[in-house]
Design a protein around this ligand. Structure first.
Ligand SMILES: *[C@@H]1O[C@H](CO)[C@@H](O)[C@H](O)[C@H]1NC(C)=O
Ligand SMILES: *[C@@H]1O[C@H](CO)[C@@H](O)[C@H](O)[C@H]1NC(C)=O
Ligand SMILES: *[C@@H]1O[C@H](CO)[C@@H](O)[C@H](O)[C@H]1NC(C)=O
Ligand SMILES: [Zn+2]
Length: 398
C-alpha cells in the first residue's frame, strides 16, 4: 500500500505539471496524507449579493448522502443521527451555503479496526488570509464567504467514513447504553466538525512519505510539478502558538522560517531529494521544535480571534508521546477538557457513555458544541449569532 502511494503521487505530479490554479483533493478521509493536487478553474458567480443558495430558516444546512453497508434498520438510525448532528451544528453556526457530505458506513480493514470514524474535507483551496499569508481553506468553509470569484468546488464538501464493526448506541432505541457501546451521535458531531476545518496541517508526512523516521513537523508543502513553492498552513494554524521556554510563538513564524529552507520554485527530481534538502537546511531546527511541542504536554495553544465565544488560549492535544497525525494538535487537550463542555473535540472517545451524559458532566451547556469549540470555528471564519462578521480571506488568481 505504501509503495502504491508514492507511485500515485509521482504520477500525479507529472500529469499536472503546468496546471494554473491548483487546489488539493483528499479522496480518502482515512488517509489524508494521500492528497492530490488538482487543477481548479476559477468560477465567477454572477450574483453573490442575492446568495441564491441561502435558505435562512431551514433547520439543517447539511445534506448527507449515505452509502450504508448494513441492514435497513441500522441504516435508518445512521441517517437520523446524521440529521440530528447537522441540526445541532446548524443551530450554532450561521451557515450561508449548504454543506454536502458523502458518508459511508462500512466494515473497515484490519489496519483500521480501531478507528470509529474518519472525516476530511474533500477539497481545500488556497486563499489569502487577513495577514496576507496564503493558507488552505476547506471548501465547506470557503463556500460560506460567498466570494465573487473562487476556485471550483467539488460536489461534496466532506467525505466521512464510519466503522460498521463497532457496537453503536442510538438514543432513539430508548435503551441503556452498554459498557462497550459507543454513542454514534458523539462520533458524527466530532467528525463533521473536523470536516468543517478543525484540522491542523502540521504533520510528519514530509518524512513518512519517503519512509523516514519522524524528526520534525511541517505544514503542507506546496510541491507541484516537482517544484517546491513554500509551506502552506491550514486556516486553523493561523491561530496556533507554540510555547517555547514559556514564550508563545505563532506557528506561522515557524512556517515562515521553514519557507526559507529552499528558494521558491526550486525543481527536484524526486520527493526524496526534496525531503533531504529541507532536512539538511539550517531551518530544519524549526520543524524539530514544533515536533517537540506537539509531544510535550500543554505546549501548543489556539489563541482565538478577537471577540469570539472564548477569549483565552485553548490548549491543543500534545500529550501523545509519539506524534500521531490524526490525533495530535487537531484536537483540544483531553486532559484539560474531557470533562468540560468542550468534550466533543478531544481525540479519544470512551464507550459506555452517551452524549447526554457528557453534556451534563460538562455543565449542561446549551449545545453539545462547547464555547471553546465554537470560538475556534468562529476564528477560522464561521459566522454565529454573536460573531456575525468573521474575518474573511480573499482570492487572487494564480
Ligand atoms: C464517497 O465516498 C466513498 C467512500 O469513501 C468513495 O468511494 C466515493 O468515491 C465517494 N464519492 C464521491 C462522489 O466522492
Ligand atoms: C510560505 O511561502 C508561501 C509561498 O511563497 C507563501 O504563500 C506563504 O504565505 C508563506 N507562509 C508564511 C507563513 O510565510
Ligand atoms: C502528559 O501528562 C500526562 C498526565 O500527567 C502523562 O500521563 C503523559 O505521559 C504526559 N505526556 C507527555 C507527552 O509528556
Ligand atoms: Zn478527531
Amino acid at each position: 500500500m505504501k509503495f502504491q502511494l508514492s507511485c500515485i503521487l509521482a504520477f500525479t505530479h507529472f500529469l499536472i505539471a503546468f496546471a494554473a490554479n491548483p487546489c488539493i483533493d483528499y479522496p480518502d478521509p482515512l488517509n489524508p496524507a494521500r492528497f492530490e493536487f488538482t487543477d481548479c478553474p476559477n468560477i465567477i458567480e454572477d450574483d453573490t449579493e442575492d446568495l441564491p443558495n441561502v435558505e435562512r430558516g431551514i433547520q439543517n444546512f447539511f445534506h448527507v448522502d449515505i452509502n450504508c453497508y448494513s441492514n435497513a434498520i441500522l441504516c435508518k438510525k445512521i441517517k437520523k443521527a446524521f440529521d440530528d448532528a447537522g441540526k445541532e451544528i446548524s443551530k450554532v453556526l450561521k451557515l450561508k451555503k449548504k454543506i454536502y457530505v458523502n458518508a459511508t458506513f462500512e466494515s473497515l480493514s484490519f489496519s483500521e479496526r480501531n478507528t470509529l470514524g474518519s472525516t476530511y474535507p474533500t477539497r481545500s483551496v488556497f486563499l489569502i488570509s487577513d495577514d496576507k499569508i496564503t493558507r488552505l481553506y476547506p471548501q465547506a468553509l470557503a463556500k460560506q464567504f460567498s466570494l465573487k470569484t473562487h476556485p471550483e468546488y467539488n460536489k461534496y464538501d466532506i467525505n466521512s467514513r464510519f466503522n460498521a464493526d463497532f457496537s453503536w448506541w442510538f438514543k432513539a432505541d430508548n435503551k441503556k447504553i452498554k459498557p462497550y457501546q459507543y454513542d454514534f451521535s458523539v462520533v458524527v458531531l466530532h467528525e463533521l466538525i473536523h470536516g468543517l476545518g478543525f484540522i491542523s496541517s502540521w504533520d510528519n508526512s514530509l518524512e513518512t512519505d519517503v519512509y523516514q523516521y519522524t524528526t520534525g513537523l511541517t505544514p503542507y508543502y506546496y510541491f507541484y510539478g516537482n517544484k517546491f513553492d513554500g509551506f502552506i498552513e491550514n486556516i486553523f494554524d493561523r491561530y496556533l502558538k507554540v510555547i517555547e521556554n514559556k514564550k508563545k510563538i505563532p506557528s506561522s513564524y515557524y512556517t515562515a522560517q521553514l519557507n526559507k529552507s529552499i528558494p521558491p520554485m526550486t525543481p527536484f527530481y524526486t520527493r526524496l531529494e526534496f525531503t533531504n534538502k529541507v532536512k539538511s537546511s539550517p531551518q530544519w531546527k524549526y520543524a524539530k521544535l514544533v515536533l517537540k511541542a506537539a509531544t510535550t504536554n500543554n505546549s501548543i495553544v489556539f489563541t482565538p480571534a478577537k471577540r469570539t465565544s472564548w477569549n483565552q488560549d485553548i490548549y491543543l492535544e500534545t500529550s501523545l508521546k509519539y506524534f500521531d497525525a490524526g490525533s495530535s494538535i487537531s484536537h483540544v487537550s483531553q486532559l484539560k477538557y474531557r470533562k468540560t463542555s468542550d468534550f466533543i473535540m478531544t481525540w479519544q472517545q470512551f464507550p459506555g457513555q452517551t452524549l447526554e451524559y457528557f453534556i451534563q458532566r460538562g455543565g449542561n451547556y446549551k449545545s453539545p458544541i462547547g464555547p471553546r469549540i465554537i470560538s475556534i470555528l468562529e476564528s477560522i471564519g464561521y459566522a454565529t449569532d454573536t460573531h456575525p462578521n468573521p474575518v474573511k480571506p480573499t482570492f487572487h488568481n494564480h
